[in-house]
Design a protein around this ligand. Structure first.
Ligand code: FAD
Length: 335
């Protein structure tokens, strides 16, 4: 029997530490339990919850929160060059990175210390320090919420883009990812140390997946708040991608603007730079703060409600629009 709890506080289940109540709450450990939860007639609305590190709750929820809690990892295929690893969606992402490093499998060391579960990683194609999930993604198995059929999505089916995939666009809310298969390299690995800071940390060290991971953990700890102490969901906004013309106009006005070449002759602008330029870095608005070391991160100073955080986010978006004519999109999922 599936045990569904009633009126559960989600405060410890989201990294923003927002205290909202879900009318129903269930942790599922396999496809069968997931199906049973979705077939429960007492709830008309469902929500999928992983580690809660990319979510802002703004209201109590009158439906059933389904927490993904299946566990397991195994190697399903192996060649001289690489391995295919099958990972249950409820596994902690960083634990998998550490497991890969311990086994000398490469490809995800740059994604060290990203909070959350494996099942959510394809949703926004997690990325950091020059690597995105799509670079190692082989396929995933997902349950269609309506038909209850299991479907495999291969990398070419997922429409991965910067912080996006088919699961955030055409198939939004249609599937629950239950397993992710990654293709990880054996030695010799292809290292990515394109980021200046990573290069700097490795100056007098051997290039290895272990050392890259350690460098990235150090860098992340120095600039991001610790989720066990400060409520936050990492970058609140995506870095906007704008036309070259628009960038050149802005560059004439703000010669220190931070932009990087992106695909199709477009420029990806540092959202952190835009917000910092407007003077928000380190400011507090009651219970909500803009993190003092990284303006892209909004923080819960203690007792913020989701709606308070959303108000500050909207104020920043408005200001960025007025001053730079740029629409800042939320990276965090607002519920
Ligand atoms: C301090 C900090 C740093 C971060 N740094 C990065 C970073 O460098 N790069 C990056 O890309 N992200 C980063 N993030 C964001 C976040 O860690 C990732 O997006 C992560 O993949 C979210 O996983 P989660 O399990 O917590 O997802 P949740 O927050 O639980 O869910 C996110 C969304 O995915 C849906 N979802 C979750 N699991 C499933 C599933 N199995 N099937 C279908 N839908 C599902 C949810 O309904 C929700 O819409 C950071 C967050 C924090 C707090």
């Amino acid at each position: 029997m599936l045990s569904i709890n009633k009126n559960v506080s989600l405060k410890t289940l989201n990294t923003f530490k927002i205290d909202v109540i879900s009318k129903g709450f269930v942790s599922i450990k396999n496809f069968n339990e997931l199906k049973k939860a979705l077939e429960n007639n007492n709830y008309r609305d469902y929500r999928i919850l992983g580690g809660g590190s990319n979510i802002l709750f703004t209201n109590n929820f009158d439906g059933l929160t389904i927490h993904i809690a299946n566990k397991g990892i195994s190697i399903t295929n192996e060649s001289i060059k690489d391995v295919i690893v099958e990972i249950s969606a409820g596994e902690n992402w960083h634990d998998i990175v550490l497991w890969a490093i311990k086994n000398n499998f490469g490809g995800i060391e740059n994604l060290s210390l990203i909070p959350g579960y494996v099942g959510a990683a394809p949703i926004q194609n997690i990325g950091a320090y020059g690597v995105e999930l799509k670079d190692v993604f082989y396929c995933c198995e997902a349950l269609n919420i309506k038909t209850k059929q299991i479907k495999k999505f291969y990398v070419e089916d997922c429409e991965f883009e910067y912080r996006s995939s088919i699961f955030k666009t055409k198939e939004k809310n249609n599937y629950v990812i239950m397993k992710v298969f990654l293709k990880l390299s054996k030695e010799p690995h292809n290292y990515n140390i394109s980021y200046g800071k990573v290069k700097e940390h490795l100056k007098n060290k051997k290039k290895s997946i272990q050392n890259i991971s350690e460098a990235i953990i150090k860098i992340r700890k120095s600039k991001l708040p610790d989720i066990s102490k400060v409520g936050n969901a990492g970058s609140f906004f995506k870095n906007p991608i704008i036309d070259l013309n628009h960038y050149e106009n802005l560059k004439n006005k703000f010669n220190d603007i931070l932009g990087y070449k992106s695909e199709n002759n477009k420029i990806k602008i540092s959202a952190g730079w835009l917000i910092e330029k407007l003077g928000y870095k380190g400011l507090n608005f009651g219970n909500v703060g803009v993190y003092k070391k990284q303006a892209l991160v909004l923080i819960n100073n203690g007792n913020a409600k989701g709606i308070d955080i959303l108000k500050v986010a909207k104020k920043i978006q408005n200001d960025v629009k007025i001053n730079f004519d740029i629409n800042l999109e939320n990276e965090v999922n607002i519920f």
